[in-house]
Design a protein around this ligand. Structure first.
Ligand code: HEC
Length: 132
């Protein structure tokens, strides 16, 4: 306690330095958050559009974000492919063609999702991969 009191007796210049630091820290934190959002390739607006499309295209009849139902949970899918740079293309193709063999769900493989275009499938899968 005594030590804190002696070191915190500010001279004028130390005081203004502390003021700058207090002001700069949250600013720097905000910049880092913005950077990491950019690095994840999906802006929040893009992710939101992907989620809306998943709802509209009935993916959520079989998938939930955090719970395996008929299909595996989207969060589990995102974890499985987190280091796979080709996942969006490959999974989007599989969504359109349908198929099984990876998750071996009791209800069987995923039927072909012909209601989505290639671009829509990629948009939805890109969102799916953010849900981990
Ligand atoms: C009728 C149920 C059903 C519907 C509708 C459905 N899925 Fe699936 N999905 C599954 C099942 C079952 C699996 C597990 C397939 C496997 O074991 O390889 C799966 C797996 C997946 C996977 C992971 C594939 C892999 O190889 O790891 C993705 C991604 C996916 N679905 C996305 C979608 C999207 C996007 C839609 C909507 C366009 C959709 N699904 C609609 C049942 C469904």
């Amino acid at each position: 306690m005594f030590a804190v009191m002696t070191t915190s007796r500010p001279s004028c210049s130390v005081n203004s330095f502390n003021t700058v630091r207090a002001w700069a820290a949250p600013l720097l934190g905000g910049a880092l958050v913005a950077l990491s959002t950019l690095a994840s390739a999906q802006t929040p607006a893009q992710a939101q559009a992907g989620e809306a499309l998943a709802r509209q295209k009935a993916c959520l009849t079989c998938h939930q974000v955090n719970k395996a139902v008929i299909g595996p949970s989207f969060a589990d899918i995102a974890k499985k492919y987190k280091d796979d740079k080709k996942a969006v293309d490959r999974l989007a193709a599989k969504v359109r063609k349908g198929g099984g063999g990876v998750w071996n769900m009791p209800m069987g493989p995923m039927p072909a999702q012909g209601q989505v275009s290639e671009a829509e499938a990629k948009q939805i899968v890109a969102w799916v991969l953010t849900t981990k």
